[in-house]
Design a protein around this ligand. Structure first.
Ligand code: F6P
Length: 557
């Protein structure tokens, strides 16, 4: 297998290597001193978002060279290929058409002879019918009582998107949703589900089984436990409802496999289907978003789609030099491949975005955590950095110490809404909350400044002992949302989706498959058979054998 990939032989790549050498260990404060008006020069806005890349450790020349790299790698053509439905997911030979899920009903997208838009909107209409019925208290459990609790059973893309968005948009609850609580259980160990089963009423609980493949053991294990819990309580001798009625009234299935849903026992009328051309981690825009629609209502759900679509249009139409996803992607390429920064922290300054980092961890690392090119060649450059995060204000009291004084270079994304709490009715509470929002933005802006300047952010700049020094020079991006609304959230998620795609195009990797998770699933299956059968461990390595025997010993106690 050849080791040198075409990317590192590209003229623009070589120019960037030389440019990196020429820049040397330039400090961010020097870059700012050399370029008045840097904020304006490196800031672009679209779809309710403002992206400030001025605190990246780069110069205007760096950006030009990166734009040349994007052109050489065919990014403009690749954007069209994605949005037009070409088979960009090469290893699975299919398109990746999450953007089709947010096309307006008036649009048309003909892919391989079929217009996809009518089917997308047919599914939205079916979701809407379910949402309306549940909000109106007309969806009744087997014993005739209205459903009050909905538990989403799913994992990965069938959990993280809906979980993140329902939290982010908690201020946008739909009127009829007040009587309904939406919960999420994802872990295969059953601990989250057990909590719900311990306190929810089976007569008024509905489960949404979300699984694109409908084979994921984590979700199917939870689903089996939930099914038996319901059947024992509602179809058992005491209550005596027919099992088929319990299954029909207490389960909705969301999957790309209607046959598997049917075989499992989901009533055909309560199945929401989606398509193989929607990747799991890109799927919140369709039927997998049902829990979102149950909380915020279909109008807000459609605004979320419209916001994402606005970003899709910007992605297709804007010049590369003004294109938010492209610029965000190029900053990432510069950090990873030329500054050798392999850690990336996501830091939202709004409690509503509590799950945003977890969502991006899957989006970025499952998409771009790859090390071979499309045609199977081993890469000779790095791809996706390790990405993690937490709410910024809380992380300040947890891991910011490392950002400020640790030995690692880390790039940070600061994310915050500019306006907040206008809708709070009580004037005194609104004033307090607005003050808290101002305090939060002060912290957000202060942190990126201190990370950039180090102790020089202090006006008095007194000499300090070394344990109190801040070297600064940590690059960061700041992303401002006009407000946190369904539309700006949609645009924000789409921005990161497209960033991931642009990076994948440049790195020549497939962001739409995830073969790296398969072996673990297979070996877990074998290990489970050994644990249950109490034999077969002899052939294993010494550590795994020891762990298995420890489990058996605990079981025997
Ligand atoms: O194992 C990884 C993965 O396939 C993710 O890509 C996906 O989002 C998750 O599992 C859940 O898959 P499914 O929706 O098919 O249950």
């Amino acid at each position: 297998m050849p080791s040198a990939s075409p990317l590192s032989r590209r003229p623009a790549w070589r120019a960037l290597v030389a440019h990196r050498e020429a820049l040397g260990e330039v400090h961010l404060k020097t870059l700012f001193a050399e370029q008045p008006g840097r904020h304006r020069a490196f800031t672009r806005s679209a779809a309710g978002l403002t992206l400030d890349l001025a605190k990246q450790r780069w110069s205007p020349e760096t950006r030009e060279l990166l734009l040349a790299l994007a052109r050489e790698a065919g990014v403009p053509r690749a954007i069209g290929r994605l949005l037009d439905g070409e088979r960009v997911n090469i290893s699975e030979d299919r398109p990746a058409l999450h953007t089709a899920l947010r096309l307006p009903a008036s649009a048309s997208l003909v892919v391989e002879g079929e217009d996809l838009v009518p089917a997308v909107h047919h599914t939205l209409a079916r979701m809407e019918a379910m949402v309306t019925k549940l909000h109106a208290g007309q969806w009744r459990g087997a014993t005739g009582k209205p459903i009050r609790d909905v538990v989403n059973l799913g994992v990965g893309g069938s959990d993280l998107g809906p979980l993140m968005v329902t939290h982010a948009l908690a201020d946008f609850r739909a009127e009829g949703s007040q009587a309904l609580e939406v919960h999420f259980a994802s872990t295969m160990d059953g601990s989250q589900l057990a909590d719900y089963l311990g306190r929810l009423n089976p007569e008024t609980t509905l489960f949404v089984l979300s699984s694109k493949s409908f084979t994921t053991i984590d979700t199917l294990s939870n689903a089996r436990t939930a099914r038996d819990w319901l059947l024992a309580r509602l179809a058992g001798e005491r209550v005596g409802m027919p099992a088929a009625l319990v299954m029909r009234q207490h389960f909705i299935g969301v999957s790309a496999s209607p046959e598997k849903m049917h075989d499992w026992g989901i009533d055909d009328a309560h199945q929401l289907e989606f398509w193989e051309w929607v990747g799991g981690r890109y799927s919140l825009w369709g039927a997998i978003g049902l829990p979102i629609a149950l909380v915020v209502g279909m109008d807000h759900f459609r605004e979320l789609l419209a916001g994402a679509h606005a970003m899709d249009r910007h992605f297709r139409e804007a010049e590369l030099a003004d294109n938010l996803p492209v610029l965000l992607a190029l900053a990432g390429i510069w950090n990873v491949n030329f500054l050798d920064i392999r850690a990336h922290s996501i830091l939202p300054y709004d409690g509503r975005l509590e799950y945003f980092a977890a969502y991006l961890e899957q989006l970025e690392m499952e998409s771009n955590g790859k090390s071979v090119t499309h045609d199977g060649h081993q890469l000779d450059y790095a791809t996706c950095p390790v990405l993690w995060g937490q709410l910024g204000p809380n992380a300040q009291h947890a891991f910011y110490q490392l950002l400020h004084q640790g030995t690692q270079a880390v790039v940070c994304d600061f994310i915050a809404p500019l306006r907040r709490y206008d809708e709070v009715a009580d004037a005194a509470t609104r004033a307090h909350l607005k003050e808290q929002h101002r305090l939060t933005l002060a912290n957000c802006f202060a942190q990126s400044r201190v990370l950039m300047l180090g102790d020089e952010a202090l006006a008095d700049g007194d000499a300090q002992p070394s344990h109190k020094r801040y070297r600064g020079n940590q690059p960061s991006t700041t992303l401002l949302l006009e407000r946190l609304t369904p539309a700006t959230l949609g645009a924000l998620i789409a921005l990161y989706e497209h960033k991931v795609y642009v990076q994948a195009v440049i790195w020549d990797i497939n962001p739409f498959d995830q073969w790296g998770v398969e072996l673990g699933k297979r070996i877990a299956g074998e290990t489970e058979r050994i644990l249950a059968g109490r034999r077969g461990q002899e052939a294993m390595d010494d550590s795994s054998r020891g762990l298995i025997e420890a489990f058996w010993a605990a079981e025997a106690e």
